[in-house]
Design a protein around this ligand. Structure first.
Ligand code: PDD
Length: 287
């Protein structure tokens, strides 16, 4: 089956879809994006992804390409045309096409691309073995809360992790605090059983999965505290995990050379994962 992309108002075969070489996304990484999980043909937390997209667009002063209702239809239709049952929708908006020059072009129209692909999303516990992360300096800019397509530091961090045989990097800021993974949020569970994750702010991307896990945990009576933690806190933690749209929740069983807890997937991490899978499989509306 050939894949279909939505590009500026038209559905077309992905393999022949094109973007102008003077698109500012291509030349300046002047754009934003979202990745949304599709489970059983429905988008998980679509409204929340659109809310975050609105914030990213507003922060960069890129106009909305279309109304939310129309945009939702495009997302659903792209998933449908690609016959995505379980998978991912990717959407990217750039400031548009203009002769290369740094200032915002006065009349550019945002470029909108939506693609969708099947992806075997984690289903049961067996799909979630514990992973190792390595720590590395966070070399990103001061607005990590914007979901910008400028991902070079994240790409370098992920490759560094893979080169070291790890699943991901946990990036560490100048104060020795863990900011987040290359494309995921970082969490620990301290000795008292409190779930800890860094507060939202310019230092991290406020993950949609992160927010969902916080509310599912609290509804289940688990204490969650949003506070920064150090690498030493993480290495001494009872459990650790990371979350994202693509991975859901992965238990972290080693940080650098330190074994976390018993070195196996932790009980509370497992519980939170079970809650999330249940939520993603049935608790969702595509709006
Ligand atoms: N990345 N932090 C960063 C830097 C991310 O890139 C992501 C997601 C997250 C988790 O956010 P969410 O729970 O909303 O997926 C945190 C996506 C999946 C990506 O770039 O592919």
């Amino acid at each position: 089956m050939s894949r279909i992309a939505y590009v500026n108002g038209r559905y077309q075969p992905l393999r022949s879809a094109v973007i102008n070489v003077e698109d500012r996304g291509f030349q300046f990484a002047d754009g934003v994006y979202e990745v949304i999980a599709v489970v059983d043909g429905r988008c998980v937390d679509l409204a929340e992804h659109f809310d975050r997209l609105d914030c990213s667009l507003a922060a960069l002063r890129i106009p909305q390409p279309m109304s939310r209702a129309a945009f939702s239809s495009v997302v659903e239709e792209t998933a449908r045309r690609n016959r995505v049952g379980d998978g991912l929708v990717y959407m990217q908006i750039s400031r548009g096409v203009a002769r290369r020059d740094h200032p915002f072009p006065p009349n550019a129209k945002p470029t909108l691309v939506v693609t969708a692909r099947r992806h075997v999303l984690p289903k049961g516990r067996e799909d979630f073995p514990g992973v190792r992360v390595v720590t590395a300096r966070d070399i990103r800019w001061a607005r990590c809360d914007i979901k910008s397509i400028s991902l070079l530091p994240n790409v370098l961090a992920k490759q560094e992790a893979l080169d070291k045989g790890a699943f991901d990097v946990w990036m560490v800021d100048g104060d020795g605090l863990v900011s987040e993974g290359s494309s995921s949020n970082a969490w620990i569970i301290d000795g008292r059983g409190t779930v800890v994750t860094r507060p939202t702010g310019p230092e991290i991307l406020g993950g949609i999965t992160r927010d969902r896990i916080i509310s599912l945990a609290r509804e289940d009576g688990v204490e969650v505290v949003e506070r920064p933690f150090t690498v030493d806190d993480a290495k001494a933690a009872r459990e650790a995990f990371l979350t994202s749209t693509t991975t859901f929740l992965r238990s972290v069983i080693r940080i650098d050379d330190a074994v976390i807890g018993s070195g196996e997937v932790g009980t509370l991490s497992q519980r939170l994962l079970d809650l999330y899978i249940t939520y993603a499989r049935k608790g969702i509306v595509c709006r």
